[in-house]
Design a protein around this ligand. Structure first.
Ligand SMILES: *Cc1c(COP(=O)(O)O)cnc(C)c1O
Length: 403
């Protein structure tokens, strides 16, 4: 069957997207899917033989390529091979999985933890296993797509509250009929804006209205808190989050996702969540890498301090140049551009000056709020960050984003 001959909404949707990609490519505005041939110390990468400063990485603590973590992964391959015998519940559980889950539980001050093969699958499966028809999920408007998809898949009543707006969250909680189960869920650090959820207020509301609380720590693990333990350490509010979710693919230089919490919750998910039961276990090398990475974070706390210093330097410099970096205080730094084409133009200028930075445009963010979405890493040196600021400032003036 030739898709060109069917003229329906699917064909038109595909066509519209392909046209947009073609337009960007023709005009030297397309910088997605860039082939990185080498990773040099995390902060620098090689693309088409050219070394670039990396400002689109989630390896916040610069652990990608860490010798201890690489060695752990290699040893796991020698010990277990490259795959597993199947799904975790049946023949797929290796001792390295159990070790990893114990490490995560300890790191997150939780009773137990469970790993999945991706963060995306974790959100999908955990939310849809816990919640169902007749229940209510209350989700921050800027939550990650995997949370939204998990909420939709659950079949529960799905309510979105205004971004980090506690009055709106309370209003939504009041609207839930008596006796219904409620789950409040939010990113800890928001993936597009870099701001931090008001955890103390959320916790107080969850207590007041008997709601479960789930936090996604994709961008806060290793980033927030003195020892990198995340949102609860940041606010010194231990044991305040019922369902502690995170990914093993960002600060932790592996792949996979986890959920940590009370023993009973984890036992339930271990026997009822479909991504755990019907999808293969994490490969041993990735489980071992993740396990070692949590230990490296605790052994090398300077990385967390350096990351925050670098973030302050980058955000401060951009603000001084006149850019709007929204409410970020973390390693995710939005550089507001306005219309989509301005974000693409600023990206092109950065790329021409060897900065690997990517834009986020509509529909990923609202129209008129297109931006560069830069990330800072512990692996950056202050001089590299100052260079990046000067390039962005110069180009921002030429494009007319700043004066
Ligand atoms: C990246 C991300 C995920 C998904 O994690 P993966 O391990 O990449 O699948 C989930 N939530 C948030 C907020 C993220 O940024």
């Amino acid at each position: 069957m030739d898709i060109q001959t069917i003229d329906d909404s699917v064909t038109r949707r595909i066509r519209a997207f392909v046209d947009r990609v073609d337009y960007l490519k023709t005009n030297d505005l397309y910088y997605y899917n860039m082939p990185v041939s080498e990773v040099r110390g995390g902060a620098r990468v090689v693309v088409d033989g050219r070394e670039m400063g990396m400002y689109a990485s989630y390896s916040y603590l610069g652990l990608l390529g860490h010798p201890r973590i690489n060695a752990a992964a290699k040893a796991a391959v020698d010990k277990y091979g490259t795959g597993t015998h199947g799904v975790r519940l049946l023949a797929g559980t290796l001792t390295i999985h159990t070790e990893l889950e114990e490490t995560i539980a300890e790191f997150k001050h939780a009773e137990a933890a469970l790993s999945y093969s991706s963060g995306y699958a974790t959100n999908l499966s955990v939310i849809s296993t816990l919640m169902g028809r007749g229940d209510y999920v209350l989700s921050d408007k800027l939550n990650h797509a995997s949370i939204v998809d998990g909420c939709l898949m659950s079949g529960a009543e799905f309510r979105r509250f205004k971004h980090n707006d506690m009055a709106d969250l309370e209003h939504r909680l009041q609207q839930v009929p008596e006796g219904r189960a409620k789950l409040v869920i939010a990113d800890s650090v928001f993936s597009m804006d870099g701001d931090v959820i008001d955890l103390p207020a959320v916790v107080a509301l969850c207590k007041k209205y008997n709601a479960w609380l789930m936090m996604d720590e994709a961008h806060s693990l290793g980033v927030l808190g003195k020892t990198g333990r995340g949102i609860e350490e940041h606010f010194d509010l231990w044991d305040s989050v019922d369902i502690k979710m995170g990914t093993l693919s960002k600060t932790i230089p592996s792949v996979g996702g986890y959920v940590a919490g009370k023993k009973d919750l984890i036992t339930y998910l271990r026997h009822a969540s479909r991504a755990y039961i019907f999808s293969a276990a994490l490969p041993p090398a990735q489980a071992a890498a993740a396990n070692e990475a949590f230990k490296v974070i605790l052994d090398e706390p300077w990385r967390i301090r350096k990351l925050q210093q670098n973030a302050d330097l980058f955000i401060g410099g951009l603000k001084k140049a006149g850019f709007d970096t929204m409410l970020t205080t973390t390693a995710i730094v939005p550089v507001l551009c306005g219309a989509d084409d301005r974000a693409f133009a600023l990206t092109r200028a950065c790329q021409h000056h060897d900065l690997f930075i990517l834009p986020v445009v509509s529909p990923a963010v609202p129209e008129g709020l297109a931006r560069l979405r830069a990330t800072v890493l512990a692996a950056h040196e202050p001089d590299e960050i100052k260079y990046a600021i000067s390039v962005i400032e110069q180009a921002g003036k030429e494009i007319g984003i700043i004066q």
